[in-house]
Design a protein around this ligand. Structure first.
Ligand code: UDX
Ligand code: ADP
Length: 456
């Protein structure tokens, strides 16, 4: 039996440890966080994150071999393996502001580990970190006076929110990076053995520490780049009467390109993509590679442009003003099947429309609480409405911003009847049956396809 500790009870720490606890009943796993409210939620019937399939797992292993606690220090002393999944947001101040990762939480954690560890430990980097962070970690960890041995291992997270449990149960690969020394190799093998309880060995790959750290940034940069690429194409489609869905299908059938991640929309959000790319941009600048930095930075710029374009299109279609008009926003989460609104393009659209003085009613099946918190002062100007039909009542326009499948199943005739004439529908995710909506009477504006507009 091993005592495993995870520091940071967020989306990553919570989901990852729940699945490890389920698959490895012989290990005792504790997840700690400085945020007592969050820990209390993990111990309650209402978990702090919405992730399909997670409740069931947590309820079945909690207090058996999965524990949640705020006693960071005591738990450090007990653990042999410490996963660190604290937040590493983009720096908002000083050198590298807006791009570099803010490592203050990580560093604080490393210092806590040194202070309270009294025996050898494996420290696993789970949060996304800039390349060569492990080096800094090792320096901090080896600064302890007690001469405790630490092995630092990088085990980047590839799970996506909304499918975190499925991704953990059946990962494409598990990547573990460590030093090529006897104790480094032993540490990597110890972590590999945990995953080998349910992941086939050939999918557990090892690499050197720096490759593992960099792979995480690069994987997210490539994924985000695909989204920005298809979104750039959607703009061109709108000018040329091509249809972006048809283009995506045609190119996706080329095995070298593949069909995934080619859905045009209002842009990518979430806690990782923007942060990780900007992190990479900062690293490239730091290492004297301005051309490489500029190449990747453009992926983020294109994402911002797509959101701007969507709102500009709404404005010009609605006779160049939305001031005083009620607009119903369907979706606040950055993607379907999550309650996470971090960097959500839906909230960016919401803010832009507020600055045009539109009256906003926003609906979402799971993310309204987080949306309200994220909107801060602006939340006072927004109506948060769990029922999409009520949100659409009296609206001039509906804008679909999150790809919740239930939004495709709504009764749009009933929605049409509740709206102000002529009703506009902007489908920011190309989720709906546009022809049918047009037949109901909507003026329909999909993304990257010709609009369907009723002539007066
Ligand atoms: C991502 C990575 O997928 C995951 O491997 C990593 O560990 C964390 O970052 P996540 O941000 O949770 O996961 O979700 P993801 O499914 O990648 O979607 C990111 C954003 O891209 C969402 O806003 C989504 O709506 C958007 N997207 C995705 C598109 O607009 N079009 C697509 O075709 C795919
Ligand atoms: P992610 O999506 O990567 O899981 P989150 O922000 O949801 O990120 O979670 C990170 C968690 O780490 C937060 O709940 C935060 O309170 C916690 N955290 C940050 N610093 C520390 C620390 N020194 N000790 C324990 N927990 C920490």
């Amino acid at each position: 039996m091993s005592n495993i500790l995870c520091i940071g009870a967020g989306y990553v720490g919570g989901s990852t440890m729940a699945v490890i606890a389920q698959r490895c009943p012989q290990h005792r796993i504790t997840v700690v966080d400085v945020n007592a409210e969050r820990i209390a939620a993990w111990q309650s019937d209402r978990l702090p994150i919405y992730e399909p399939g997670l409740d069931e797992i947590v309820f079945s292993v909690r207090d058996r071999n999965l524990f949640f606690s705020t006693e960071v220090e005591r738990r450090i002393a007990e653990a042999e393996i410490i996963f660190v999944s604290v937040n590493t947001p983009t720096k908002t101040f000083g050198r590298g502001a807006g791009k570099a990762a803010d490592l203050q939480y990580w560093e604080k954690t490393a210092r806590q580990i040194v202070q309270y560890a009294d025996g050898p430990k494996i420290v696993v980097e789970k949060s996304t970190l800039p390349v060569r962070t492990a080096e800094a970690m090792e320096r901090i960890l080896s600064s302890g006076r007690r001469g405790v041995e630490f092995d630092v291992v990088s085990n980047p997270e590839f799970l996506a929110e909304g499918t975190a449990v499925a991704d953990m149960q059946n990962p494409d690969r598990v990547l573990i990076g460590g030093h090529d020394t006897p104790s480094g190799r032993r540490a990597v093998e110890t972590i590999a053995e945990i995953y080998a309880h349910w992941v086939p060995r050939e999918r557990i790959i090892t690499a050197n520490l720096w490759s593992a750290e960099l792979s995480k940034l690069v994987a997210n940069a490539f994924l985000a780049q695909r989204v920005s690429s298809i979104n750039a194409v959607s703009a061109l489609c709108e000018r040329t009467e091509a249809d972006v869905t048809e283009v995506a299908r045609a190119i996706g059938l080329d095995r070298r390109i593949g069909p995934e991640f080619l859905r045009a929309g209002i842009g990518f959000g979430g806690s990782c993509f923007k942060k990780d790319i900007l992190n990479m941009v900062y690293l490239c600048e730091h290492y004297g590679l301005p051309e490489v930095a500029g190449y990747w930075e453009q992926v983020v710029r294109m994402n911002e442009y797509q959101q701007f374009r969507f709102v500009a299109n709404m404005l010009s279609s609605m006779f160049n003003t939305v001031s005083g008009k009620r607009i119903a926003l369907f979706g606040a989460a950055f993607k379907a099947h999550t309650n996470d609104t971090r960097e959500s393009p839906a909230l960016a659209v919401c803010r832009a429309l507020l600055s045009e003085r539109a009256e906003i009613a926003i609906t979402d099946p799971h993310a309204l609480e987080n949306a309200r918190a994220d909107l801060g002062d602006e939340a006072a100007k927004v109506r948060f409405e769990p029922d999409p039909y009520a949100a659409a009542a009296g609206a001039h326009a509906v804008a679909l911003l999150t790809d919740w499948p239930q939004y495709a199943e709504l009764d749009y005739e009933a929605i049409f009847d509740r709206m102000v004439e002529p009703p506009f529908l902007f489908d920011g995710r190309n989720l709906l049956d546009h022809q049918r909506l047009f037949e109901i009477g909507f003026n329909v504006f999909p993304l990257g396809k010709p609009p369907l507009v009723h002539q007066p």
